[in-house]
Design a protein around this ligand. Structure first.
Ligand SMILES: [Zn+2]
Length: 401
Protein backbone atom coordinates (compact mmCIF):
# COMPACT_ATOMS: atom_id res chain seq x y z
CA UNK A 1 0.00 0.00 0.00
CA UNK A 2 1.17 3.52 -0.71
CA UNK A 3 1.97 5.87 2.15
CA UNK A 4 -1.37 6.77 3.77
CA UNK A 5 -2.79 10.24 3.63
CA UNK A 6 -2.35 11.36 7.23
CA UNK A 7 -5.43 13.55 7.59
CA UNK A 8 -7.70 10.96 5.98
CA UNK A 9 -6.19 8.28 8.18
CA UNK A 10 -6.88 10.35 11.27
CA UNK A 11 -10.48 10.93 10.21
CA UNK A 12 -10.86 7.23 9.43
CA UNK A 13 -9.66 6.39 12.93
CA UNK A 14 -12.29 8.68 14.47
CA UNK A 15 -15.01 7.28 12.21
CA UNK A 16 -14.02 3.74 13.16
CA UNK A 17 -14.84 4.56 16.76
CA UNK A 18 -18.26 5.79 15.67
CA UNK A 19 -18.91 2.78 13.50
CA UNK A 20 -18.16 0.49 16.45
CA UNK A 21 -21.66 1.47 17.58
CA UNK A 22 -23.08 -0.57 14.73
CA UNK A 23 -21.82 -3.96 15.89
CA UNK A 24 -23.75 -5.82 18.55
CA UNK A 25 -21.09 -8.28 19.68
CA UNK A 26 -17.90 -7.35 21.49
CA UNK A 27 -18.65 -3.65 21.68
CA UNK A 28 -15.82 -1.58 23.10
CA UNK A 29 -16.28 0.18 26.46
CA UNK A 30 -16.67 3.64 24.95
CA UNK A 31 -19.82 2.59 23.09
CA UNK A 32 -21.67 2.11 26.37
CA UNK A 33 -20.16 5.25 27.89
CA UNK A 34 -21.14 7.40 24.92
CA UNK A 35 -24.66 6.02 24.91
CA UNK A 36 -24.97 6.68 28.64
CA UNK A 37 -23.83 10.26 28.14
CA UNK A 38 -26.61 11.00 25.69
CA UNK A 39 -29.22 9.41 27.95
CA UNK A 40 -32.33 8.40 25.99
CA UNK A 41 -30.75 8.61 22.58
CA UNK A 42 -28.59 5.99 20.95
CA UNK A 43 -25.62 6.74 18.72
CA UNK A 44 -26.53 3.92 16.31
CA UNK A 45 -29.85 5.71 15.78
CA UNK A 46 -28.53 9.27 15.67
CA UNK A 47 -25.90 8.70 13.04
CA UNK A 48 -28.32 7.63 10.29
CA UNK A 49 -30.39 10.79 10.65
CA UNK A 50 -29.22 13.78 8.70
CA UNK A 51 -28.09 16.78 10.65
CA UNK A 52 -31.31 18.68 9.88
CA UNK A 53 -33.56 16.09 11.52
CA UNK A 54 -31.17 14.77 14.17
CA UNK A 55 -32.14 15.67 17.75
CA UNK A 56 -29.48 17.54 19.68
CA UNK A 57 -28.37 17.09 23.24
CA UNK A 58 -26.21 19.24 25.46
CA UNK A 59 -24.61 16.25 27.12
CA UNK A 60 -22.95 14.93 24.01
CA UNK A 61 -19.23 14.21 24.59
CA UNK A 62 -17.01 16.32 22.34
CA UNK A 63 -15.30 13.26 20.88
CA UNK A 64 -18.68 11.98 19.75
CA UNK A 65 -19.81 15.23 18.21
CA UNK A 66 -16.50 15.44 16.34
CA UNK A 67 -17.05 11.91 15.04
CA UNK A 68 -20.58 12.79 13.92
CA UNK A 69 -19.26 15.89 12.16
CA UNK A 70 -16.81 13.83 10.16
CA UNK A 71 -19.52 11.25 9.52
CA UNK A 72 -21.82 13.93 8.11
CA UNK A 73 -19.08 15.08 5.82
CA UNK A 74 -18.45 11.61 4.39
CA UNK A 75 -21.76 9.87 4.87
CA UNK A 76 -22.37 9.57 1.13
CA UNK A 77 -19.37 7.18 1.03
CA UNK A 78 -21.09 4.85 3.46
CA UNK A 79 -24.69 4.99 2.26
CA UNK A 80 -26.17 3.63 -0.92
CA UNK A 81 -29.19 5.89 -0.80
CA UNK A 82 -29.88 9.31 0.52
CA UNK A 83 -31.28 11.22 2.31
CA UNK A 84 -32.50 8.29 4.42
CA UNK A 85 -30.35 5.16 4.33
CA UNK A 86 -32.06 1.78 4.43
CA UNK A 87 -29.85 1.01 7.42
CA UNK A 88 -31.79 3.57 9.47
CA UNK A 89 -33.21 1.75 12.51
CA UNK A 90 -36.99 1.86 12.88
CA UNK A 91 -36.35 3.14 16.39
CA UNK A 92 -34.52 6.20 15.03
CA UNK A 93 -37.80 7.34 13.49
CA UNK A 94 -39.19 8.02 16.97
CA UNK A 95 -36.68 10.90 17.14
CA UNK A 96 -38.10 12.63 14.11
CA UNK A 97 -41.76 11.53 13.85
CA UNK A 98 -43.60 12.69 16.97
CA UNK A 99 -45.75 9.91 18.55
CA UNK A 100 -44.30 7.23 16.26
CA UNK A 101 -44.50 3.81 17.94
CA UNK A 102 -41.51 1.78 16.90
CA UNK A 103 -41.86 -1.06 19.39
CA UNK A 104 -44.46 -3.19 17.54
CA UNK A 105 -42.24 -3.05 14.43
CA UNK A 106 -39.00 -3.69 16.26
CA UNK A 107 -40.35 -6.59 18.26
CA UNK A 108 -41.51 -8.40 15.16
CA UNK A 109 -38.24 -8.13 13.29
CA UNK A 110 -38.80 -4.99 11.21
CA UNK A 111 -35.84 -3.36 12.90
CA UNK A 112 -34.53 -1.30 9.98
CA UNK A 113 -35.96 0.59 7.02
CA UNK A 114 -34.48 -2.11 4.78
CA UNK A 115 -37.06 -4.53 6.18
CA UNK A 116 -39.89 -2.26 5.12
CA UNK A 117 -38.64 -1.70 1.60
CA UNK A 118 -38.69 -3.69 -1.57
CA UNK A 119 -37.11 -2.59 -4.83
CA UNK A 120 -36.67 0.92 -3.54
CA UNK A 121 -40.28 1.34 -2.40
CA UNK A 122 -41.96 1.25 0.98
CA UNK A 123 -44.13 -1.88 1.13
CA UNK A 124 -47.90 -1.42 1.62
CA UNK A 125 -49.14 -1.99 5.14
CA UNK A 126 -50.97 -5.22 4.25
CA UNK A 127 -47.78 -6.77 2.87
CA UNK A 128 -45.89 -5.79 6.00
CA UNK A 129 -48.62 -7.26 8.16
CA UNK A 130 -48.30 -10.53 6.32
CA UNK A 131 -44.52 -10.50 6.46
CA UNK A 132 -44.01 -9.53 10.11
CA UNK A 133 -47.38 -10.08 11.67
CA UNK A 134 -47.60 -6.39 12.55
CA UNK A 135 -50.76 -5.63 14.60
CA UNK A 136 -53.52 -3.65 12.83
CA UNK A 137 -53.11 -0.89 15.41
CA UNK A 138 -49.81 -0.02 13.75
CA UNK A 139 -51.55 1.07 10.58
CA UNK A 140 -51.42 4.66 11.78
CA UNK A 141 -47.65 4.54 12.27
CA UNK A 142 -47.35 3.21 8.71
CA UNK A 143 -49.23 6.27 7.47
CA UNK A 144 -46.97 8.49 9.57
CA UNK A 145 -43.95 6.81 8.11
CA UNK A 146 -45.27 7.13 4.59
CA UNK A 147 -45.83 10.83 4.88
CA UNK A 148 -42.46 11.34 6.57
CA UNK A 149 -40.66 9.47 3.81
CA UNK A 150 -42.61 11.33 1.23
CA UNK A 151 -41.43 14.57 2.68
CA UNK A 152 -37.82 13.66 3.35
CA UNK A 153 -36.97 10.86 1.02
CA UNK A 154 -39.05 10.68 -2.08
CA UNK A 155 -38.93 14.32 -3.01
CA UNK A 156 -35.20 14.43 -3.24
CA UNK A 157 -34.51 10.73 -3.34
CA UNK A 158 -31.19 10.40 -4.94
CA UNK A 159 -29.94 6.93 -5.38
CA UNK A 160 -26.30 6.56 -6.01
CA UNK A 161 -25.78 4.90 -9.35
CA UNK A 162 -25.75 1.16 -8.97
CA UNK A 163 -26.99 1.89 -5.48
CA UNK A 164 -29.41 -1.01 -5.39
CA UNK A 165 -26.85 -2.80 -3.28
CA UNK A 166 -26.34 -1.87 0.34
CA UNK A 167 -22.85 -0.77 1.35
CA UNK A 168 -20.75 -2.92 3.69
CA UNK A 169 -21.45 -0.43 6.46
CA UNK A 170 -25.19 -0.51 5.93
CA UNK A 171 -25.14 -4.29 6.05
CA UNK A 172 -23.27 -4.16 9.35
CA UNK A 173 -25.75 -1.56 10.60
CA UNK A 174 -28.65 -3.88 9.80
CA UNK A 175 -27.23 -7.20 10.96
CA UNK A 176 -24.91 -5.89 13.66
CA UNK A 177 -22.33 -8.45 12.59
CA UNK A 178 -19.32 -7.76 10.38
CA UNK A 179 -17.66 -10.64 8.53
CA UNK A 180 -14.84 -12.24 10.57
CA UNK A 181 -12.10 -10.92 8.27
CA UNK A 182 -13.45 -7.37 8.39
CA UNK A 183 -10.85 -4.72 9.29
CA UNK A 184 -12.81 -1.61 10.29
CA UNK A 185 -9.99 0.94 10.18
CA UNK A 186 -8.61 0.00 6.79
CA UNK A 187 -12.13 -0.37 5.34
CA UNK A 188 -13.00 3.04 6.69
CA UNK A 189 -9.87 4.56 5.25
CA UNK A 190 -10.61 2.98 1.90
CA UNK A 191 -14.21 4.21 1.92
CA UNK A 192 -13.17 7.81 2.56
CA UNK A 193 -10.15 7.80 0.32
CA UNK A 194 -11.36 6.05 -2.78
CA UNK A 195 -14.63 7.78 -3.34
CA UNK A 196 -14.73 11.30 -4.68
CA UNK A 197 -18.01 13.01 -3.91
CA UNK A 198 -19.75 13.69 -7.17
CA UNK A 199 -20.87 17.17 -6.28
CA UNK A 200 -17.29 18.38 -6.17
CA UNK A 201 -16.88 17.50 -9.80
CA UNK A 202 -17.76 20.79 -11.43
CA UNK A 203 -15.93 19.58 -14.54
CA UNK A 204 -18.54 16.87 -14.98
CA UNK A 205 -21.22 19.52 -14.75
CA UNK A 206 -19.45 21.73 -17.30
CA UNK A 207 -19.20 18.82 -19.71
CA UNK A 208 -22.85 17.99 -19.11
CA UNK A 209 -23.81 21.52 -20.12
CA UNK A 210 -21.38 21.72 -23.04
CA UNK A 211 -22.35 18.40 -24.54
CA UNK A 212 -25.98 18.62 -23.56
CA UNK A 213 -25.89 15.12 -22.07
CA UNK A 214 -26.52 13.98 -18.54
CA UNK A 215 -23.20 12.78 -17.16
CA UNK A 216 -24.19 10.74 -14.13
CA UNK A 217 -21.86 10.02 -11.27
CA UNK A 218 -21.46 6.47 -12.52
CA UNK A 219 -20.57 7.64 -15.99
CA UNK A 220 -18.09 10.21 -14.74
CA UNK A 221 -16.35 7.61 -12.63
CA UNK A 222 -16.18 5.37 -15.66
CA UNK A 223 -14.77 8.21 -17.77
CA UNK A 224 -12.19 9.13 -15.16
CA UNK A 225 -10.91 5.63 -14.39
CA UNK A 226 -11.51 3.08 -17.14
CA UNK A 227 -8.68 4.33 -19.34
CA UNK A 228 -6.05 3.51 -16.73
CA UNK A 229 -6.62 -0.21 -17.07
CA UNK A 230 -5.66 -0.29 -20.71
CA UNK A 231 -3.28 2.61 -21.21
CA UNK A 232 0.11 2.57 -19.51
CA UNK A 233 1.78 5.50 -21.24
CA UNK A 234 2.19 8.36 -18.76
CA UNK A 235 1.95 11.17 -21.36
CA UNK A 236 -1.32 9.74 -22.66
CA UNK A 237 -2.80 9.36 -19.18
CA UNK A 238 -1.76 12.93 -18.45
CA UNK A 239 -3.46 14.02 -21.66
CA UNK A 240 -6.62 12.28 -20.57
CA UNK A 241 -6.65 14.02 -17.19
CA UNK A 242 -5.93 17.41 -18.70
CA UNK A 243 -8.77 17.04 -21.18
CA UNK A 244 -11.47 15.79 -18.86
CA UNK A 245 -10.54 18.23 -16.08
CA UNK A 246 -10.48 21.10 -18.58
CA UNK A 247 -6.98 22.15 -17.73
CA UNK A 248 -6.31 24.13 -20.91
CA UNK A 249 -6.27 27.89 -21.17
CA UNK A 250 -8.67 28.36 -24.04
CA UNK A 251 -9.27 31.88 -25.44
CA UNK A 252 -12.56 32.51 -23.60
CA UNK A 253 -10.93 31.59 -20.31
CA UNK A 254 -7.87 33.72 -21.01
CA UNK A 255 -10.14 36.58 -21.96
CA UNK A 256 -11.89 36.40 -18.60
CA UNK A 257 -8.53 36.65 -16.85
CA UNK A 258 -6.93 39.14 -19.23
CA UNK A 259 -9.53 41.25 -21.04
CA UNK A 260 -6.95 42.33 -23.63
CA UNK A 261 -6.61 38.80 -24.85
CA UNK A 262 -9.15 38.15 -27.65
CA UNK A 263 -11.86 35.57 -26.84
CA UNK A 264 -12.00 34.27 -30.40
CA UNK A 265 -10.52 31.05 -31.74
CA UNK A 266 -6.98 31.48 -33.09
CA UNK A 267 -7.53 28.84 -35.75
CA UNK A 268 -10.64 30.07 -37.50
CA UNK A 269 -10.76 33.54 -35.92
CA UNK A 270 -14.51 33.36 -36.33
CA UNK A 271 -16.13 31.90 -33.26
CA UNK A 272 -15.58 32.18 -29.54
CA UNK A 273 -12.74 29.94 -28.45
CA UNK A 274 -14.53 27.92 -25.78
CA UNK A 275 -13.33 24.52 -24.57
CA UNK A 276 -15.74 22.76 -26.88
CA UNK A 277 -14.86 24.94 -29.83
CA UNK A 278 -11.10 24.64 -29.50
CA UNK A 279 -11.29 20.86 -29.07
CA UNK A 280 -14.22 19.94 -31.26
CA UNK A 281 -16.43 22.48 -33.00
CA UNK A 282 -13.81 24.54 -34.78
CA UNK A 283 -14.44 24.15 -38.54
CA UNK A 284 -10.72 23.68 -39.04
CA UNK A 285 -10.95 20.46 -37.01
CA UNK A 286 -13.84 18.97 -38.90
CA UNK A 287 -11.74 17.05 -41.39
CA UNK A 288 -9.25 15.98 -38.71
CA UNK A 289 -11.82 14.33 -36.46
CA UNK A 290 -13.44 12.62 -39.44
CA UNK A 291 -10.07 11.19 -40.39
CA UNK A 292 -9.46 10.07 -36.84
CA UNK A 293 -12.73 8.23 -36.92
CA UNK A 294 -11.77 6.68 -40.25
CA UNK A 295 -8.48 5.55 -38.73
CA UNK A 296 -10.37 3.86 -35.91
CA UNK A 297 -12.81 2.17 -38.27
CA UNK A 298 -9.99 0.88 -40.47
CA UNK A 299 -7.78 -0.41 -37.67
CA UNK A 300 -10.39 -1.83 -35.30
CA UNK A 301 -13.26 -2.57 -37.72
CA UNK A 302 -15.42 -0.77 -35.18
CA UNK A 303 -17.62 2.20 -35.82
CA UNK A 304 -17.79 4.76 -33.06
CA UNK A 305 -20.05 7.76 -32.91
CA UNK A 306 -18.59 11.01 -34.17
CA UNK A 307 -19.49 12.75 -30.92
CA UNK A 308 -17.40 14.88 -28.57
CA UNK A 309 -18.31 12.67 -25.60
CA UNK A 310 -16.70 9.78 -27.46
CA UNK A 311 -13.70 11.60 -28.91
CA UNK A 312 -12.88 13.87 -25.97
CA UNK A 313 -14.15 12.05 -22.89
CA UNK A 314 -13.47 8.58 -24.34
CA UNK A 315 -16.96 7.46 -23.50
CA UNK A 316 -17.03 4.40 -25.74
CA UNK A 317 -19.37 1.40 -25.46
CA UNK A 318 -18.14 -0.53 -22.39
CA UNK A 319 -18.92 -3.92 -23.91
CA UNK A 320 -16.31 -3.62 -26.67
CA UNK A 321 -13.47 -6.17 -26.38
CA UNK A 322 -10.51 -4.91 -24.35
CA UNK A 323 -8.10 -5.11 -27.29
CA UNK A 324 -10.36 -2.87 -29.39
CA UNK A 325 -10.88 -0.45 -26.51
CA UNK A 326 -7.15 -0.26 -25.90
CA UNK A 327 -6.42 0.72 -29.48
CA UNK A 328 -9.29 3.24 -29.59
CA UNK A 329 -8.03 4.85 -26.36
CA UNK A 330 -4.51 5.12 -27.76
CA UNK A 331 -5.66 6.65 -31.03
CA UNK A 332 -8.04 9.15 -29.41
CA UNK A 333 -5.63 10.26 -26.69
CA UNK A 334 -2.87 10.66 -29.26
CA UNK A 335 -5.26 12.67 -31.42
CA UNK A 336 -5.89 14.99 -28.48
CA UNK A 337 -2.18 15.20 -27.81
CA UNK A 338 -1.49 16.23 -31.38
CA UNK A 339 -3.92 19.14 -30.95
CA UNK A 340 -2.38 20.12 -27.63
CA UNK A 341 1.11 19.98 -29.08
CA UNK A 342 0.34 22.48 -31.80
CA UNK A 343 -1.61 24.72 -29.42
CA UNK A 344 -2.11 28.16 -30.92
CA UNK A 345 -1.09 26.99 -34.36
CA UNK A 346 -3.41 28.19 -37.10
CA UNK A 347 -2.77 25.09 -39.22
CA UNK A 348 -5.13 22.22 -38.58
CA UNK A 349 -3.50 19.16 -36.97
CA UNK A 350 -2.63 16.17 -39.11
CA UNK A 351 -3.53 12.52 -38.74
CA UNK A 352 -0.05 11.53 -39.92
CA UNK A 353 1.28 12.68 -36.57
CA UNK A 354 -1.12 10.36 -34.81
CA UNK A 355 0.11 7.42 -36.86
CA UNK A 356 3.75 8.19 -36.06
CA UNK A 357 2.99 8.51 -32.36
CA UNK A 358 0.91 5.36 -32.08
CA UNK A 359 3.72 3.51 -33.88
CA UNK A 360 6.12 4.69 -31.19
CA UNK A 361 3.78 3.53 -28.44
CA UNK A 362 3.57 0.12 -30.09
CA UNK A 363 7.35 -0.17 -30.24
CA UNK A 364 7.73 0.97 -26.66
CA UNK A 365 5.19 -1.47 -25.24
CA UNK A 366 6.61 -4.36 -27.25
CA UNK A 367 10.14 -3.62 -26.08
CA UNK A 368 8.98 -3.22 -22.50
CA UNK A 369 7.25 -6.58 -22.38
CA UNK A 370 10.20 -8.24 -24.11
CA UNK A 371 12.61 -6.75 -21.58
CA UNK A 372 10.46 -7.99 -18.72
CA UNK A 373 9.88 -11.33 -20.46
CA UNK A 374 6.23 -10.89 -19.85
CA UNK A 375 3.51 -11.61 -22.38
CA UNK A 376 1.95 -8.39 -23.56
CA UNK A 377 -1.48 -7.82 -22.08
CA UNK A 378 -4.09 -7.13 -24.71
CA UNK A 379 -1.33 -7.40 -27.30
CA UNK A 380 -4.08 -7.99 -29.82
CA UNK A 381 -4.54 -4.23 -29.95
CA UNK A 382 -1.06 -3.86 -31.43
CA UNK A 383 -1.60 -6.74 -33.81
CA UNK A 384 -4.61 -4.90 -35.21
CA UNK A 385 -2.56 -1.76 -35.52
CA UNK A 386 0.48 -3.27 -37.21
CA UNK A 387 -1.53 -5.36 -39.61
CA UNK A 388 -3.26 -2.18 -40.69
CA UNK A 389 -0.05 -0.16 -41.06
CA UNK A 390 1.56 -2.98 -43.06
CA UNK A 391 -1.40 -3.19 -45.37
CA UNK A 392 -1.76 0.49 -46.03
CA UNK A 393 1.93 1.43 -45.76
CA UNK A 394 0.87 4.79 -44.57
CA UNK A 395 -1.91 5.34 -47.06
CA UNK A 396 -3.64 7.88 -44.90
CA UNK A 397 -0.39 9.76 -44.40
CA UNK A 398 0.13 10.23 -48.11
CA UNK A 399 -3.45 11.11 -48.71
CA UNK A 400 -3.12 13.94 -46.26
CA UNK A 401 0.00 15.55 -47.67
ZN1 LIG B 1 -12.11 27.84 -34.54
Amino acid sequence: MAFPHVKTYHQAAILTSLLAHLTIKGQPQWVRMENQAIALLRVSNLMWLRKTIRPTTTTMPSQLSLALNIWDQYRSHFESQCPLSLATPTEALTYCIPTFHATPWKERGATHLAHLYKEGKLLPFLDLRRLYNIPPTSHYSHIQLQSFLHKHNREQAQKRDGGEELTTWEKIGITGIPSPKFKPLSECYKSIHSYQPFHSSTQAQHWSTDLNVNITEHKWKHIATSVRKLVKSAPLLEQHQKTIYRWYMVPTRLHRLYPHSPPTCWRCAGDLGSVLHIWWRCPKLERYWKEVRQLITQTTKTDIALEPSTFLLLDIPPDLPATIKKLIYHILLTAQRVIARSWKSTRPPSVSHIIQDVDKQLIYETQYSAAHTRPQRWGGAWELWSSWTQKTTGHLVQQHH
